[in-house]
Ligand binder design. Structure first.
Ligand code: AMP
Length: 537
């Protein structure tokens, strides 16, 4: 059985495409369509870490907020080694993803009463090769090195897939995705057979939890005005409880006009009443910033060149729990002058899209499987490092992934090199002027080395004698094949697939068997580099 998984920052969901041609949401043990992506590490009783995942972890967080791993996905695409230490044990973002995925797989198999052998998993549009690969490795760590991650696809693309398949939505679509921790807006052209993404813009640091913060500050001020102790000065447990109450009140304010929060500290009790309009006033600036991003999206070269303006948007697809807020829906309607689509569930649309893609790898009769192609844009610029440590732009961020692209010729800067290495890098910013490669460990946006090719056993050559053409080729599963052809000295072609730096099958096996020492593959440290050579040299 193949399933689709939305491994979210705040909540995760799963779905499966059935024999009847329907998408079925795989509910968890408590019958909920989504599971909070939250891990509570139980007190270590000597048997290794016992984990509680999902709704129960939220409950336990009220009592013990320090034993929780939350929003771990925000760090999985980073080249910085962020870890959480509880009872002396370290947990990486990839570990956290594997705990959540392991829990989800268990739930899926219980629901389906069948073995799950593979999945399509979604990631944010702006994940680079590292985050995509770490997500894939996390699934294998959770489920075994032979578990198949058939594709890692972008969240907004998956949501569009769900709408195209479930609702027959076609035309120019804008996916407005406001989840727990992130916002993104994706513009795409959708037909029954293809979703062509034009461009995406977003804010990785804006989501429902920021709206919680705004409401918390508002409630806190009201508590102080009532003459009670400032919630920031009470114990961690009371503060954590107030935060949970604020989030619950926020969610209820999507349906109700007012809500009451009870706050108790130092023997005093206050009932704090909040109206929906107070909440809206508290978050309006944050919601404004999502529309600033949408304006930026429509100013981007790719969108301007495609001649698309906000007036051309036929459908706005709402995705993410925070789009249930009436103010968000009203603002979307005002901006685009269209009624936003709510028909596919905002919480599960991404998982549904992933399930539709996963069906292509299932053993369902081919004629029963929807085949909707996806044309995505690159999240990062990809290029080569040359001999002067400069980034040679190959594929530019925010452009479509070309079928193939060749650059060169390059040559060897030194005579008789033992080996010649062609490192491949990615860089988050778009634009041609990418400057020097910098390896600042504190800069999470710094360019990242995602792979490379090495000519070995070169033998005697003069400096500048070799001629190497490098070709990048997009494969249907979303990975990039890079090949380098040397035509002057070696007459040899070498190739590799860029999947980010991750774990090998053996490493996954060893880690699953408890070997904690090995955490990643080694890079070849020695830099030899290549340099560009003019065609008529
Ligand atoms: P997601 O990342 O898509 O699962 O969205 C999670 C976010 O949606 C969290 O910040 C939730 O508090 C928020 N959310 C869920 N339901 C509602 C609701 N009914 N009204 C407002 N926000 C909601």
């Amino acid at each position: 059985m193949k399933i689709g998984i939305d491994l979210g920052t705040t909540n995760s969901a799963m779905a499966v495409f059935t024999e009847d041609g329907e998408v079925e949401i795989l509910e968890n043990e408590t019958g909920d369509p989504t599971t909070p992506s939250l891990i509570f590490v139980e007190e270590n009783n000597g048997d290794g870490d016992q984990l509680t995942i999902g709704k129960n972890a939220i409950r336990k967080r009220r009592v013990n907020p320090d034993r929780v791993l939350s929003r771990t996905k925000q760090y999985i695409d980073s080249n910085q080694e962020k870890t959480w230490k509880i009872d002396g044990n370290e947990h990486t973002p990839r570990d956290a993803a594997s705990y959540i995925l392991g829990h989800l797989f268990d739930q899926a198999e219980k629901r389906l009463e069948e073995e799950v052998t593979g999945a399509v998993i979604t990631v944010p549009y702006d994940f680079g090769a590292t985050g995509r690969r770490a997500t894939e490795d996390a699934a294998k760590l959770a489920w075994g090195e032979d578990f198949e991650v058939h594709q890692v696809i972008n969240e907004p693309t998956a949501a569009s897939l769900a709408y195209v398949h479930q609702m027959g939505t076609t035309g120019t679509v804008l996916v407005y995705d406001l989840g727990g921790g992130t916002f993104d807006a994706t513009l795409a052209k959708a037909s029954p057979s293809l979703i062509q993404v034009i461009s995406t813009e977003g804010n990785r640091k804006l989501g429902g939890e920021d709206l919680d913060d705004e409401l918390y500050e508002h409630v806190r001020q009201k508590i102080i005005d009532e003459g009670l102790t400032d919630p920031e000065d009470v114990n961690a447990h009371t503060r954590a409880s107030l935060r949970e109450d604020v989030t619950e009140a926020k969610e209820r304010l999507s349906d109700l006009k007012s809500e009451t929060i009870v706050f108790e500290a130092d023997g005093d009790v206050a009932e704090i009443k909040i109206s929906r309009s107070e909440f809206e006033a508290a978050i309006t600036e944050k919601i404004d910033t999502t529309f600033d991003k949408i304006e930026t999206l429509f100013e981007k070269d790719t969108v301007v060149e495609a001649g698309i303006t906000p007036g051309d948007v036929d459908h706005v697809l709402l995705v993410g729990g925070s789009t249930r807020i009436p103010l968000v829906q009203d603002r979307v309607k005002d901006f685009f002058d269209v009624d936003p689509k709510l028909s596919v569930n905002a919480d599960t649309a991404i998982a549904e899209g992933a399930a539709i893609k996963a069906a292509e790898y299932s053993d369902l009769e081919p004629e029963n499987v929807p085949r909707i192609g996806v044309g995505d844009v690159l999240s990062h610029s990809i290029g080569l490092e040359d001999n002067e440590r400069k980034f040679n732009l190959f594929l530019e961020a925010d452009t479509g992934v070309p079928e193939d692209e060749t650059m060169g010729p390059y040559t060897n800067p030194q005579a008789n090199p033992k080996h010649l290495e062609i490192p491949v890098w990615e860089k988050a910013e778009d634009g041609q002027d990418l400057g020097d490669i910098n390896e600042d460990p504190d800069d999470s946006d710094a360019p990242e080395r995602i792979g490379g090719l090495t000519f070995e056993d070169i033998g005697d050559v003069e400096a500048g004698e070799m001629r190497i053409d490098v070709t990048f080729e997009a494969k249907p599963d979303g990975t990039l094949k890079v090949s380098a052809e040397e035509t002057e000295v070696l007459n040899r072609t070498i190739e590799t697939t860029i999947e980010g730096l991750g774990l090998s099958k053996e490493e996954i096996k060893e880690r699953r068997e408890g070997d904690e020492d090995r955490t990643g593959v080694d890079l070849v440290d020695e830099f030899s580099g290549i340099s560009e050579q003019d065609e008529d040299d």
